[in-house]
Ligand binder design. Structure first.
Ligand code: XMP
Length: 507
């Protein structure tokens, strides 16, 4: 989709580059990520952003840009951090190295509240992260903002090149979105990001690529694989959707997944292999060992079922495609399968047999697409659920009894969250098992049973998480029900650990 007036973001390696793409899309424009080497083939950009990056422009292997190619588009260009320093060099200035790093919040003082800085305050908090600074400013440049100490942190060269020494894309830059919006307003006729257009193009693309071949995909009931399967079905291609039930699913989950797909008119093929998985896991207590067993078995079962696939579709999303948006190999290296078998996918990819229609979308865009495809909201709003399932919520060895206990506690907790309108406010929630027996009293009798941990967190990207301050009355209701209804539990604990240092799952 680069034959429309989109915003091309050239990635110099900053950890925030994807966020730039995201912010631009939030502002209603279509944005796409490229490697700097691709500058000569950006299609039809309406504006170009050069991202930040970890290198110093003086490093031997510092990434460069073909300036003539960049300039040939004749559109507004914004250089962020490294991008700004590179532009300053291209215009004849230089960059001063320093081993003093400015990192964190800083005050931005625009020279005038116009252009890039229209509608922002005269002292705005921005997020800095750099050690080098621009110097020897070229003749055609002007300083359009400084920091509190008077150091130039934003330049304009000529009338369509801009540079900023801070990250407008992070929320710590309080007016960053306005600054990006001001920059984009300088571009002519930027194409809006319309998910309906995207859907139409995706369907056409899928039909063209698949033809009359059979395409297989794995479904788990999660949002991404569900949207993928429904999209393939809607495209009218020959799909084989496979659901591997490893026996580590939640209460009635397999039935629900099947019922949901049936409602959506998509045939799925269940491979029931609980016994196989639980058999191999019997007596295994080490978390890494458990994960390895599950990961390997899952892939074996999937590929045994598939046989020689004509095509494989995967629900890879944009954030999974980190290193490069264009390089098929690095895309595949990010696919969430077990490392030892990624080669198989790489081989298929090499032969053009891998289809990743969602690879240009962010999670919320996938949800929007899903809604457009008629997928019900409760499916689209599902909390994330880990691939290894309840195994990571059951410390130590796994038994049928422990799984039964976890399922019952979890169903009560999740059901109560839904009943009180809290499910949608929480990013992820579950009940797990603490396989430690403690003494209690049930009825008139001494009990000696396990505990359950309730976990409810908010998070943006799962990298960090905070526990949720659920109402005490809700927690009391959950606790009462679990203690009364779940055989095997006599203690209910609420996990108030942030991530880091704790993780969201217990294993
Ligand atoms: P942690 O426990 O690392 O979890 O804080 C972060 C997020 O990732 C999910 N998770 C997994 N998802 N395979 C997955 O597909 C896994 O092995 C896995 N481990 C954790 C977890 O549920 C949370 O959303």
């Amino acid at each position: 989709m680069n034959e429309i007036d989109h915003v091309a973001v050239l990635d110099f390696g900053s950890q925030y580059t994807q966020l730039i793409v995201r912010r631009v899309r939030e502002l209603g424009h279509y944005a796409k990520l490229y490697e700097p080497e691709e500058v000569a083939s950006l299609g039809k950009p309406g504006a170009i952003i050069l991202s930040g990056g970890p290198k110093s422009t003086s490093d031997e292997d510092a990434p460069d840009i073909d300036f003539d190619a960049l300039d040939s588009y004749g559109v507004p260009v914004l250089g962020v951090c490294y991008g700004m320093q590179l532009l300053n060099i291209k215009f004849g200035g230089s960059v001063k190295s320093s081993n003093r790093r400015e990192y964190g919040p800083a005050e931005l003082k625009p020279s005038a509240l116009e252009g890039l800085y229209a509608d922002i305050s005269d002292s705005s908090q921005v997020w800095m992260s750099h050690s080098d600074t621009v110097s020897d400013l070229p003749d055609n440049s002007k300083v359009i903002a400084t920091n509190k100490g008077g150091t130039p942190v934003s330049l304009q060269w000529g009338d369509r090149y801009f540079g900023i020494q801070f990250h407008p894309e992070v929320t710590h830059s309080h007016e960053g979105n306005t600054i990006l919006k001001n920059f984009l307003s300088l571009a002519k006729d930027l194409a809006p990001f319309i998910i309906e257009d995207f859907k139409r193009e995706m369907l056409d693309g899928i039909r063209a690529k698949v033809g009359d071949k059979q395409v297989v995909c794995g479904v788990s009931g999660g949002v991404d694989s569900t949207v993928l399967a429904v999209l393939l079905n809607e495209a009218g291609v020959n799909v084989r959707a496979i659901f591997v039930d490893h026996g580590l699913m939640r209460m009635n989950e397999g039935d629900e997944v099947r019922a949901n797909f049936a409602r959506m008119g998509v045939d799925i093929e269940t491979v029931e292999c609980s016994e196989l998985f639980l058999g191999k896991l019997a007596g295994v207590a080490d978390p890494e060992e458990k994960r390895k067993i599950i990961g390997n078995l899952f892939i074996d079962v999937f590929w045994d079922t598939v046989g020689d696939a004509e095509m494989l579709a995967q629900g890879t999303l944009y954030p999974d495609v980190i290193e490069s948006a264009s390089n098929a190999k690095s895309k595949a290296s990010k696919i969430k399968t077990h490392h030892n078998r990624v080669q198989r996918i790489l081989d298929l990819q090499e032969q053009g047999k891998v289809l990743e229609p969602l690879a240009e979308l962010f999670k919320d865009e996938v949800r929007e697409l899903g809604a457009l495809l008629g997928i019900e909201q409760d499916i689209l709003d599902r909390h994330p659920f880990p691939g290894p399932g309840l195994a990571v919520r059951c410390p130590g060895d796994i038994t049928e009894k422990k799984l039964r206990v976890i399922r019952e506690c979890d169903a009560i907790f999740i059901g109560t969250l839904k009943a009180h309108g809290w499910y949608g406010k929480v990013w992820q929630a579950y009940a797990g098992l603490i396989p430690v027996k403690t003494v209690g009293v049930k009825g008139d009798e001494r009990s000696y049973e396990w505990a359950t941990n309730l976990r409810a967190v908010i998070s943006e990207d799962a990298m960090t998480a905070d526990w949720v301050e659920l109402p005490p009355a809700l927690l009391r209701e959950v606790s009462n029900r679990i203690l009364n209804e779940v055989d095997g539990i006599n203690r209910v604990l609420y996990d108030i650990s942030t991530k880091p240092p704790a993780s969201i799952e217990w294993e």
